[in-house]
Design a protein around this ligand. Structure first.
Ligand code: NAD
Length: 292
């Protein structure tokens, strides 16, 4: 069994990004600048956004965190988005989801300039991705593809089962795995909460991507001998032995599943760090494409 180590791989890619920043600086080119918008006080969202901002600093990117109170109106947030679209100093930006209930996610996502949409959530980028055109790919599926590629995991002709169909993880993952590309060319089964024979489908997977957000949900009896298992799940589970009062759990029962796998990601330290580094790669792509 080989561990798909997202920490060391993401560090290697951060090193590559940092040297690209050095080269850009030496050539008198712009340093990439990522802005992140956070609304409200949600602890998990603040943790994710802070990690993204810190990662920018580590590779030498500029970063700006824009925090707004939970009470901000949809119109006020749209104006902030407009400001970011027009700000020549900002190459790419993200709006951390979920947003408060009184703000419609789709209204905000539609307002983001697709050329600055480094999360790849704008319908234009989603459509371009689905058609196999140049696009900003959503960071989590992109991070998983990078991981499969760098670890030389064969995907051509394999049966991939994706558990979960969300627009940020499951659905784009399924689209990317079936593309005529490398990594790609999988035969993909996408499953969700209404799927009837999930265990049986999972047992048929050469590559199993678990993105349901249910801790320990994928057990050994659901995994084929020699399968590649990618655990996207991140759930805070109460744990009184920890200072924080919780631990992070994945969707896969790692202890019982890992002995059966050819490759498996740990949680934490698997997909999470790859998601962040993919966001950085997209920001670099944004500045390159802008020609600035
Ligand atoms: P979501 O809640 O939007 O989607 C969950 C999906 O799982 C849904 O499509 C649902 O139909 C499916 N599902 C639920 N129960 C199921 C069942 N019993 N059988 C089959 N499918 C089932 O969640 P999301 O935003 O896609 O995130 C999924 C998980 O991945 C969460 O734990 C989230 O925290 C984590 N996540 C991790 C990263 C990362 O960087 N590692 C990034 C994004 C999300």
């Amino acid at each position: 069994m080989t561990l798909l180590d997202g920490i060391s791989l993401s560090q290697a890619i951060r090193g590559e990004l940092a040297s690209e920043v050095d080269q850009r600086t030496a050539a008198g080119l712009r340093i990439p600048h990522l802005a992140a918008v956070l609304v409200g006080e949600d602890g998990a969202s603040l943790t994710y956004v802070s990690a993204k901002v810190k990662a920018c600093e580590q590779v030498g990117f500029r970063s700006t965190l824009l925090q707004f109170p939970e009470s901000i109106s949809e119109m006020e947030l749209l104006l902030e988005v407009q400001r970011l679209n027009e700000d020549p100093e900002v190459d790419g930006y993200i709006v951390q989801l979920p947003l408060p209930e009184h703000i419609r996610d789709e209204m905000i996502l539609l307002a983001i300039d697709p050329a600055k949409d480094v999360d790849g959530f704008h319908p234009e980028n989603v459509g371009r991705m689905a058609l196999g055109l140049d696009a900003f790919l959503p960071a989590t599926p992109m991070g998983i593809l990078t991981m499969l590629s760098r670890y030389k995991v064969e995907t051509q002709g394999k049966h991939a089962v994706v558990v979960g169909r969300s627009s940020i993880v499951g659905l784009p993952m399924a689209i990317l795995l079936q593309r005529n590309a490398d990594p790609g060319n999988c035969t993909v089964t996408i499953t969700h909460s209404r799927t009837r024979n999930l265990a049986e489908l999972c047992r048929n997977a050469d590559i199993l991507i678990a993105a349901a957000g249910k801790p320990g949900f994928i057990t050994a009896d659901m995994v084929k001998e020699g399968a590649v298992v990618v655990d996207v799940g991140i759930t805070r589970v109460p744990d009184v032995t920890r200072k924080t009062g919780f631990r992070i759990a994945g969707d896969v029962d790692f202890d019982e599943v890992s002995p059966k796998c050819s490759f498996i990601t740990p949680v934490p330290g698997g997909v999470g760090p790859m998601t962040i580094v993919s966001l950085l790669s997209n920001t670099l792509l944004a500045v390159r494409r802008s020609g600035r």
